[in-house]
Design a protein around this ligand. Structure first.
Ligand code: PLP
Length: 394
């Protein structure tokens, strides 16, 4: 049987990580993989996570199974974090998932179960995993214009024009904040126009929110999600705790299915639990439990928010430094967009050839589509990157 297996497409980011490891240069800079790193190049365990882990070790008396949906207290805490009071709890079905990727996968499975004809509209570009999982699950994908290669901002007119092709029952996949890979985001007026389009055309939004707190702040980053979730009949939300709690390997995510028709909640909940049962049965609990402890404890929550805010401000500072250095070197504002983008990533909007040139000549590692991980920089490497960008002729 196994002889029939064929090589699957290699993950470009993982390949890049290997090339970085193999590069002997001392001054190489890793801007590839999407993990946050502090000024020392470390992806730290957050203080509140350490404290919660300590407490959990002392207090936890069993590791027996939770429910198929995970611990309801985790769902409540996360719903509160993401949606605040914008949607009544009784309208929300929610399950814990293995990371945000698990939530995305289960959302696609739910779409397939509910409407096998539905197409999913994704931004061009989007997180490559969206496209590969959609393909694997067998859902037709349609791309809509999103990024303007000239201005490096959202091409909102192009996006709205392309979405005119969507038919009732199709799904519109949106990034809640900190768009990956571009860093270019919708403003609230644009979110409002999207809500109107969703309602006019009878589309179902699916919002992937993997970076809440990395952009403009915890509340600000959820504003678009809250607006959509409270203004459309049905909505899916896939959330990740990997980045904002720094618990990447704990695999902590949440999937919500929201129906304004309160009577639908029980069926939605049952369908989500069924899908968990088919795919992995009980979702991981450790990360979810830490998140619940932090969100429900005033002191832990305050400390987590402080560390998250410092992280966010650190990334904003690096953006500004890079934009300023490029301004100094080029004498133009061409790279001002780097300071306007939000989140961990910015798309430089250049060719794979120039990305390759920067790797060969300067040891700068970024993904071939020219996505750079801002958190991979520090005060010493900003000038190295700026010089590489200018010398490569980006
Ligand atoms: N969605 C987006 C847009 C992402 O960038 C990521 C992580 O890179 C995820 C979802 C899922 O992250 P994880 O599965 O690590 O929680």
């Amino acid at each position: 049987m196994f002889e029939t297996l064929k090589p699957q497409p290699a993950d470009k980011i993982l390949m890049l990580m290997q090339m970085f490891r193999d590069d002997p240069r001392d001054n190489k800079v890793d801007l590839g993989v999407g993990v946050y790193k502090n000024a020392e190049g470390v992806t730290p365990v957050m203080r509140a996570i350490k404290a919660a882990e300590h407490k959990l070790w002392e207090e936890q008396t069993t590791k027996a199974y939770t429910g198929l949906a995970g611990d309801p207290a985790y769902a409540d805490a996360m719903i509160n974090l993401i949606l605040g009071t914008s949607v009544e709890r009784s309208k929300i079905a929610a399950v814990a998932t293995p990371g945000g990727t698990g939530a995305v996968r289960q959302a696609f499975e739910l779409i397939k179960l509910a409407n096998p004809e539905a197409r999913v509209f994704v931004s061009d570009p989007t997180w490559p995993n969206h496209i590969s999982i959609l393909k694997y699950v067998g859902i037709e994908t349609v791309m809509y214009r999103y990024f303007d290669a000239e201005t490096r901002a959202v091409n909102f007119d192009g996006m709205m024009e392309d979405l005119q092709q969507a038919k009732k029952g199709d799904v519109l996949l949106l990034h809640g904040c900190c768009h990956n890979p571009t860093g270019a985001n919708l403003n609230l007026t644009e979110w409002q126009a999207v809500v109107e389009l969703l309602n006019e055309r009878g589309l179902i939004p699916m919002i992937d929110i993997a970076y809440q707190g990395f952009g403009d702040g915890l509340e600000e980053d959820a504003a678009g999600v809250r607006l959509v979730a409270s203004s459309v009949p049905e909505c899916l939300i896939a959330a990740s705790c990997s980045k904002n709690f720094g618990i990447y390997r704990e695999r902590t995510g949440l999937l919500m299915a929201i129906s304004q028709d309160g009577g639908a909640q029980a069926q939605n909940q049952q369908s989500l639990a069924f899908l968990n049962r088919q795919n992995y049965s009980f979702p991981p609990d450790h990360g979810a439990r830490l998140v619940t402890m932090i969100l429900n404890d005033d002191a832990l929550r305050a400390d987590w928010m402080k560390e998250l805010e410092d992280t966010r401000l650190g990334m904003l500072g690096l953006r500004q430094q890079l934009a300023d250095e490029l301004q100094r070197l080029t004498g133009s504002d061409r790279f001002g967009f780097i300071a306007q983008h939000r989140g961990m990533f910015s798309l430089l909007g250049t060719t794979p050839d120039l990305v390759e040139k920067m790797r060969l000549d300067h040891g700068i590692y970024m993904v071939g589509d020219s996505r750079l991980n801002i958190a991979g920089l520090n005060a010493q490497t900003v000038p190295i990157l700026a010089k590489a960008i200018v010398e490569a002729g980006v």
